[in-house]
Design a protein around this ligand. Structure first.
Ligand SMILES: *Cc1c(COP(=O)(O)O)cnc(C)c1O
Length: 407
């Protein structure tokens, strides 16, 4: 190759690469791959704490690690009470049930979420009523919801009901999607106007805040998940956070099979659930929470690198934290111009060792929820067709995050 052609190549080649694969390769090296979507990062005191459970035989649903884990959750989130559960789905079910969601009720919930959010409503015998999301946070759209509820609800004897179904609309479950906070400032006005019970699905948003307030703390209760693919893990696990002491006591009771009495006899005074987190899982959770800050930092750096690397790439935009809150960047989402372009990138990146996944399939497209009441969901359908999730685990850049924390 002559000096001249080399010169013109250097001039015309864009510095960051022409397509998404080249751009992503500048963030995560292909040699270090494959890069999983979100692998758990087991670190710190995990081995010591879990070994303590094994050595002492305290492995099941009570023990000091459960208490300690719940304390740590209250410290991390600022909530007054935390009840650790076997998983996030059980936490959602128990919270909705304890909040009085009953058969025949409708509960407002985004269609753009993990299926567990709607399932927990269904477990209460209630009907998920699907609402629209917006493009900035991927969470529910308060402005569109306000208009819709104004047309759809009517007040009967102090209770708002759906005009079309006559069902009481009891509660709302916003989801802080991929860690990005929902616009709770706007949503809270709607919650008050229609007298809704607010239970936040904060399963994905541990470490996400609006101002000084941790997500999950805006209503009656919030729900966290510590599944293996979440920001921290207990293997499987979840928690309910709340500031309401009576509600916390009721939840503790209900999730521990509603045991009553002084322990002499085995008495249960209600139909409860066997939903408390085992000590073994809580021990792992304590070690994981101890290193939460470095995990969050690592995710912050990764999100910034992606945004920087993809800047100016035609046909691709990154989803960053909304202007009203701070995100934990649980998963990094990008939007393509068309579904075809999304699917092509999905194949190309996966083949190159970058494990990607399509964003949520709308729940109203699934057979068990396709006939549920819903508002117009065109934004949900559009985002669902064009969104792709990139490798996002804290372990991908953790060494850099901890070295910058040390300094
Ligand atoms: C992970 C998750 C849950 C709870 O999941 P579990 O696996 O039961 O802990 C609930 N809602 C959303 C949005 C989630 O991402």
């Amino acid at each position: 190759m002559s000096d001249q052609t080399l010169g013109s190549l250097v001039e015309t080649a864009p510095p960051k690469g022409q397509n998404i694969l080249e751009r992503i390769s500048t963030v995560l090296s292909p040699q270090d791959g494959p890069h999983p979507l979100h692998a758990p990062e087991i670190d710190g005191n995990a081995w010591d704490y879990v070994k303590d459970c094994l050595d002492t035989g305290w492995v099941s649903s009570v023990g000091k690690w459960v208490d300690r884990f719940e304390d740590m959750i209250t410290q991390t989130t600022g909530a007054r009470h935390a009840i650790a559960t076997v998983n996030g789905t059980a936490a959602l079910h128990a919270a909705l049930y304890a909040a009085g969601v009953r058969p025949g009720d409708e509960v407002l919930v985004p269609s753009f979420t993990f299926v567990a959010t709607a399932n927990a409503i269904h477990y209460c015998g209630a009907t998920p009523h699907f609402v629209e999301c917006e493009a900035q946070s991927l969470g529910l759209d308060p402005a569109a919801l306000d208009q819709y509820l104004d047309m759809t609800l009517t007040c009967r004897d102090g209770q708002f009901v759906n005009r079309h179904t006559d069902a009481p609309v009891r509660a709302i479950v916003p989801v802080h999607c991929y860690g990005h906070p929902v616009n709770m400032e706007l949503l809270r006005g709607i919650v008050a106007r229609y007298n809704l019970t607010l239970i936040e699905d904060a399963a994905e948003s541990l470490g996400s805040f609006i101002g000084d307030c941790h997500t999950g703390r805006f209503g009656r209760a919030g729900v966290l998940s510590f599944n293996g693919n979440k920001t921290i893990t207990t293997g499987g696990g979840g928690a309910i956070i709340t500031d309401d002491e009576l509600f916390a006591r009721r939840l503790r009771h209900l999730t521990t099979t509603a045991r009553a009495g002084d322990g002499t006899e085995l008495i249960h005074d209600a139909v409860g659930f066997n939903y408390r987190m085992p000590n073994l899982n809580a021990a792992l959770g304590c070690a994981q929470l101890e290193t939460l800050d470095s995990k969050l930092k690592s995710k912050q750096i990764l999100a910034a690198r992606y945004a920087d690397a993809l800047e100016g790439l035609e046909g691709v935009s990154t989803v960053t934290h909304p202007k009203w809150g701070r995100s934990n960047y649980w998963l990094n989402a990008v939007l393509f111009e068309t579904q075809q372009a999304r699917n092509a990138a999905f194949s190309e990146l996966n083949e190159a060792g970058y494990q990607c996944r399509a964003v949520w399939t709308p729940l109203h497209h699934m057979p068990m929820y396709c006939d549920n009441p819903r508002m117009g969901l065109s934004v949900t359908e559009d985002l669902s067709a064009r969104g792709l999730l990139l490798p996002s685990g804290a372990g991908l850049l953790l060494s850099e995050a901890s070295s910058s924390t040390d300094r």
